[in-house]
Design a protein around this ligand. Structure first.
Ligand SMILES: *Cc1c(COP(=O)(O)O)cnc(C)c1O
Length: 656
């Protein structure tokens, strides 16, 4: 399963060769590759048919060959066709993610290898809950975890005791939740060892030390405990296993666990204020409560390391445990990249001072950008090497953030976002798989020679470790095949993120020209430089000083740029999305700068939803055909031309 994939495309090859490779990657904006997809679908559907027939060819057909002539059959077929036509007609109102005129949310065309693999796998209907229900695709899912681990810089050799582990989820939301579960299990486990009175281990002196050991210390203890257990006869082992199990937080529940350990406080999760709302959901689901999510301020839209440091200091003083610090790699609203390196450094310092915690990176959006930083041999590319391909990307802070991924504890990546794969495919990856035993439903965190030795066979019982039960094997097949066809390094998969970063640089340059061209009519500005491939645009009609009016103006513009099922799709010229800038997110100084740039009077900031924030346009530049070299068309230019024409009409009404 782990043969090195053929690199279809050598590193550093020219733009022309890149374009020819890109030609084959997607169905395409005009469905240019229709024949290719059709050939693949038919070929593998036939293949599936033969597989069914060859299972026991001696069994005669159960459905009579004349069945299709029966009126009941025909009536059923007619009904089915009618409904399918209705569905197909209704779907014509879908969002045209495939088009370079779509720069709204985090969706685009689908990579052909993934789409074909998914369609191919569907009729086999594998269920990745366990190998009994998916002997093939469950292995592919474990391999996907290793492929992503390699991209992130985690150990990816299953022969290593500390190899990483990853699995798919329905999306980033559940992957983030899995990160919380794992961090809590690891945090509370040393406390259970003390409570159970396990002798001979190097246990921390008290509950507080045990609870604040940090993930690395937790794993060391887990290993010690496993070795200790292995020295005992089976009956003793079973007795001790049970004793520890009875003391664990997963067994007791939060209420009883904290009642038994009165010196411990409920731990907090520290995340930047730009964090996705799945973190709020996760804390609610886990039962820790939304109040345990401490949102930290940002500096230039990125997590402020000084604020993190101060918060940790306060926590240490107050005996407030920290479950995890979250860094966002590509924020959902603004695409900004948090200083992962600073968060890792803070964990090291804090752990040394007795306040350990896990570092999780929410890279649901930006995870696949890591491919740009990865050389085909697995090494990290230098910033100098990368800089040749772009105008300004990656900024030194951005490079440092990606370089530090290898030192984090776990990561969320969404193949269904920048992986260009069908929904729902999120992924959770942890750096050291040994902690995963703590999540096992069968209390399998014990010495278990066969399962222990063999990484791959252990994770074939995937359902034991994940929040879900039954889950689509077809999704795993899609991700696996895509990563094989396009290995996760800059020379292969990197093709896709590179187009998006280049498109962003083109968009920025065009936005500046647009701002100049519009001067005197509409003030336009990019409120902050993008770290990756999401760009926002703030607008205000010339002469307007009121925030409410400016917001109403942008909302009216956005009405033209969003889905509207009451109109035929073709009426729409472009799709963009919208977001807001709030004081709490951008900070006072930045807010003042942006308002001044737009010519808005800060005194017009109010307290209602529409007057306490700046409404802005948001553009997700992930379509690989935004710059159409074949026809010499830039959809970015066309978008700004469209905005210019449209703004004339809109601005008239407001400035008056
Ligand atoms: C999209 C996103 C999520 C949630 O992922 P889903 O796949 O929608 O569940 C979480 N975090 C970030 C940063 C995201 O961009």
């Amino acid at each position: 399963m782990t043969h090195p994939a053929q690199a279809p495309f050598p590193a550093g090859a020219d733009a022309e060769a890149e374009r020819r490779l890109l030609d084959a990657c997607f169905l395409g904006p005009y469905a240019e590759n229709d024949t290719l997809l059709e050939k693949l679908v038919v070929e593998f559907l036939r293949d599936h048919v033969h597989w069914r027939r060859n299972f026991h060819p001696e069994d005669p057909p159960a459905i009579p060959t004349r069945a299709a002539q029966h009126p009941q059959y025909q009536a059923f077929e007619a009904r089915m066709r009618r409904e399918l036509h209705r569905l197909s007609a209704a779907l014509k109102h879908s969002v045209p993610f495939h088009s370079p005129r779509y720069i709204g949310h985090m969706a685009s065309d689908l990579l052909l290898p993934g789409l074909a693999a998914q369609i191919l796998t569907l009729p086999y209907n594998p269920n990745n809950v366990s190998e009994d229900a998916a002997p093939v695709t469950v292995q592919l899912e474990v391999q996907v975890g290793l492929q992503l681990a390699r991209m992130l810089g985690y150990p990816d050799d299953p022969a290593r005791p500390d190899c990483a582990f990853g699995h798919l989820t329905s999306g980033g939301t559940l992957a983030n939740y899995q990160a919380l579960r794992l961090a809590l299990a690891l945090k509370a486990f040393p406390v259970a060892l003390i409570a159970a009175g396990v002798p001979d281990l190097e246990l921390p002196a008290d509950d507080a030390q045990a609870f604040n050991l940090g993930p690395a210390g937790g794993i060391v203890l887990l290993e010690q405990w496993r070795r200790w257990l292995g020295q005992h006869p089976p009956a003793e082992q079973a007795r001790w296993r049970e004793r520890v199990a009875q003391a664990r937080i997963e067994q007791l529940g939060l209420v009883e666990f904290f009642r038994r350990h009165p010196t411990l406080r409920v731990p907090q999760v520290l995340a930047p204020i730009t964090a996705h709302y799945s973190w709020s959901k996760g804390l609610k689901m886990l039962g820790l409560g939304r109040a345990q999510l401490a949102l930290l301020p940002t500096r230039d839209m990125r997590l402020d390391p000084d604020a993190l440091e101060e918060t940790l200091e306060t926590c240490r003083r107050d005996g407030q445990p920290v479950l995890m610090a979250v860094a966002v790699l590509g924020s959902t609203e603004y695409g900004t990249i948090d200083p992962v390196d600073a968060v890792v450094a803070a964990r090291e310092r804090s752990t040394a001072r007795g306040l350990g915690f896990s570092v999780h990176v929410d890279a649901a959006w930006g995870g696949y950008l890591t491919a740009l930083f990865r050389a085909p041999d697995g090494g990290l590319r230098s910033r100098e090497d990368m800089r040749r391909e772009y105008q300004t990307f990656p900024q030194p802070e951005v490079h440092a953030a990606f370089a530090a991924l290898a030192d984090t504890d776990s990561v969320t990546v969404d193949p269904h976002k920048l992986g260009y794969l069908p929904y729902g495919a999120g992924a959770f990856i942890c750096r050291d798989h040994r902690a995963m035993e703590l999540l096992s439903e069968q209390a399998d965190y014990v010495f278990h020679p066969e399962a222990q030795d063999d990484y791959l066979s252990r994770y074939r019982q995937l359902g034991q470790f994940i929040p879900e039960g039954s889950k689509p094997g077809a999704a795993a097949a899609a991700v696996y095949v895509t990563h094989r066809v396009l290995p996760l390094d800059h020379a292969n998969f990197g093709l896709m993120p590179r187009q998006t970063v280049l498109a962003t640089e083109a968009f920025l340059a065009r936005a500046r020209r647009f701002a100049d061209d519009m001067a005197g009519r509409v003030t336009a500005m990019v409120p902050f430089p993008p770290d990756s491939n999401l760009v926002c645009l703030a607008l205000n009609p010339q002469g307007n000083r009121g925030l409410a009016q400016a917001n109403a103006f942008v909302r009216r513009l956005h009405d033209q740029l969003r889905c509207d099922t009451r109109q035929p799709l073709q009426v729409k010229q472009f799709f963009a999305s919208m977001t807001t800038l709030r004081h709490s997110v951008v900070g006072e100084a930045q807010m003042q700068r942006i308002l001044a740039g737009l010519g808005i009077d800060p005194a017009t900031i109010g307290h209602t939803d529409d007057t306490d924030r700046v409404v802005i346009l948001r553009h997700t530049l992930m379509n690989p055909y935004l710059i159409d070299h074949e026809n010499g068309i830039s959809y970015i230019d066309r978008y700004f031309d469209y905005l210019a024409t449209h703004l004339h009409a809109l601005a008239g009404g407001v400035a008056a």
